[in-house]
Design a protein around this ligand. Structure first.
Ligand code: ADP
Ligand code: PEP
Ligand code: K
Ligand code: MG
Length: 590
């Protein structure tokens, strides 16, 4: 690209000469000294990419200055699926919980970290699901390791009904089983206790209804051949440990060395001389034939996210994405790569680059690498995701003790706050919400710890600036990125109340979220599916709103709708950006 571009970062922006007050504890600007309403910076796109007109940045002030034009290549945002566009153009959709939060506590106190809850027997009823939505669940996760498709279908139906009837935008994430080694379902028992010194049989034989005592089935046919006498066998990443004593045909006799509770379908790994053994099971496909059927199910149910277990390479993600694209033209399902194996760590950047997001799946990850390496892996994954602009979920054992107890341990609270401090997009509950005694309480802990830690770090200004490399491939993408970086910086420096982003595909909203600004981001989008998907991303409050290409009209409409519902008020200071007309506008709410 030979043409030069004046990117309007705050440092080269010429603001009006009038002095304006430094942001103070009172963030509001007196209208007399500074009238941000009238400042508009636009990067309009020239229709001719080869135009020789030199690009220029101009800012209009008080309506009397020159208007701003910055020429660039034409932007190419794709049109979202028409099917899910809601035609009612006179309303704005936001869930009741956010509405109350904004009304009662103002913008600053809204939670930026998103919450994912695994749905299981403890939470699959409509009322329990509603309680989770009211409690702040942004995404409901169904784990295809457990339950039947019919069971999952009913959960999806209920979440849909909740969204329709109560105005929530709870997204659905389907998590595949993957083909690593795991135990069978314990013949319907909820758990099995292995005591110290007991001899248990791990067998590749399937048991119909009757499971012999102290016997568990293993799903991997090569298991009995691959293990050796003396190997150490870890259930659920070491929650229970055995030593392999003897092999008798399909049966492997093991002595329990670390007692504990084994859950149905718990993951099984075996270790030799301190290293994980990966024999033929390393050749198992990432997506098993059962997974493909589950994926077809997810596509036909129109889930919002598909999380892929035990990803080893970027190819499997690329392949799945084209499979989904060919089968679901109307919906756009995001693919989340679960980072939970040694291979996924080896190919981390390519995998994340190919995916629409990632999950730090610490349960299995901690069974594949030494536990003391999990925290640095987590930090690294969170950081790469932010740089590559992909949402990231920190998962597993965040509040494990709350499966049984109503209060978390201090260590768990510290773990949650660390993930919040790293500014991961989302935190996930697994057993705590799927089968624990206190799902709502666990969610409340995630909520209150998130809000508290976010506020603390904002006030202390402790966050280090992160280098955000260019992620887009086109010139227009670069403009959007620069706009978002500048807008977020301006929002922090000016102490604005909220950032508004008008986005058709959600991309511009994600770019803004990536900057992790101090104020919340109101993301307006015209489709319900994009609104649901944005619900996974840090700091975004997604609204469904029909809007046009006329930003002036969009802003006026948004202000009046939000004011009518008491979500903003006259005098609030807002910065608006959009991917319709690449622009930054600073406004006070009239
Ligand atoms: N759909 C379901 N049906 C029954 N039990 C479930 C379901 N989903 C989750 N669970 C229970 O919750 C526990 C924790 O869930 P999760 O972490 O997602 O699975 P896993 O323990 O297999 O990694 C599971 O071990 C299982 O006991
Ligand atoms: C989230 C995880 O995956 P799953 O619960 O499916 O094993 C994990 O291993 O941490
Ligand atoms: K899974
Ligand atoms: Mg896992």
């Amino acid at each position: 690209m030979s043409r030069s571009l004046h990117i309007f970062t705050p440092s080269n922006l010429t603001f009006p000469k009038q002095p304006y007050p430094k942001p103070s504890s009172n963030r509001r600007f007196p209208a007399t000294t500074f009238s941000p309403k009238l400042i508009s910076i636009k990067a309009s796109t020239s229709s001719d990419p080869n135009s020789s007109t030199s690009p220029q940045v101009l800012i209009s002030n008080n309506g009397t200055g020159a208007s701003g034009i910055l020429s660039s290549t034409p932007q190419d945002y794709d049109t979202p699926p028409s099917q899910s566009i809601i035609s009612d153009s006179s309303s704005i959709e936001v869930d009741a919980v956010t509405e109350v939060e904004l009304k009662e506590n103002g913008f600053r106190s809204t939670r930026r970290t998103k919450l994912v809850c695994t749905i299981g027997p403890a939470t699959c009823g409509f009322e329990e699901l509603e309680a989770l939505a009211v409690g702040g669940m942004n995404v409901a996760r169904i784990n295809m390791c457990h339950g039947t498709r019919e069971w999952h279908r009913r959960v999806i139906e209920r979440v849909r009904r909740l969204n329709e009837e109560k105005g929530f935008a709870v997204a659905i994430m389907m998590d595949t089983e993957g083909s690593e080694i795991h135990m069978g379902d314990l013949g319907g028992a909820s758990s099995a206790k292995a005591e110290d010194g007991e001899i248990w049989t791990f067998s590749v034989r399937a048991f119909d209804s009757h499971r012999p005592e102290r016997t568990v089935n293993v799903n991997y046919d090569g298991f009995a051949e691959d293990v050796k006498v003396g190997d150490e066998l870890l259930v659920d990443g070491g929650m229970v440990r055995f030593e392999v004593m003897e092999k008798i045909g399909p049966d492997v006799k093991c002595r329990c060395t670390d007692p504990g509770l084994m859950l149905p379908r718990a993951n099984v790994t075996f270790w030799r001389d301190g290293s994980l053994v990966r024999e033929r099971n390393a050749m198992l496909p990432t997506i098993s034939s059962k997974d493909w059927l589950d994926i077809d199910f997810g596509i036909s149910e129109g889930v919002d996210f598909i999380a892929i277990s035990f990803v080893k390479s970027a190819e499997v993600i690329t392949h799945l994405k084209s499979y989904i694209a060919a089968r679901s033209r109307d919906s756009d399902i995001a693919v989340i790569a679960k980072i939970e194996s040694i291979d996924s760590l080896k190919n981390l950047e390519e995998i994340i680059q190919a995916s629409d997001g990632a999950m730090v799946a610490r349960g299995d990850l901690g069974a594949q690498i030494p536990l003391e390496q999990v925290p640095s892996a987590q930090q690294n994954i969170v950081q790469i995701c932010r740089q590559l602009n992909k949402p990231v979920i920190v998962a597993s054992q965040l509040l494990e003790s709350m499966i049984e107890y109503p209060t978390p341990t201090r260590a768990e609270v510290a773990d949650v706050s660390e993930a919040v401090r790293q500014r991961a997009d989302a935190l996930m509950l697994s057993g705590e919400s799927a089968m624990g005694q206190y799902p709502e309480k666990a969610l409340a802990v995630l909520r209150s710890v998130s809000v508290r830690i976010e506020k603390w770090w904002r006030e202390e200004k402790c966050h280090e600036a992160m280098e955000l490399p260019v992620v887009g491939s086109s010139f227009s993408d670069s403009i959007s990125e620069e706009i978002c970086i500048s807008a977020a910086k301006m929002a922090n420096n000016l102490g604005v109340d909220a950032l508004f982003v008008y986005t058709k595909t959600g991309h511009m909203a994600s770019l803004l979220s990536r900057c992790r600004p101090d104020c919340p981001i109101f993301a307006f989008t015209s489709t319900t599916s994009v609104r649901r998907r944005l619900n996974l991303q840090w700091g975004l409050i997604p609204f469904r709103l029909s809007f046009s290409d006329d930003m002036e009209g969009n802003l006026n409409k948004t202000f009046s709708l939000l004011k009518a519902r008491g979500m903003i008020k006259s005098g609030d200071l807002v910065i608006a950006v959009s991917d319709i007309l690449q622009s930054i506008q600073v406004l006070t709410v009239p």
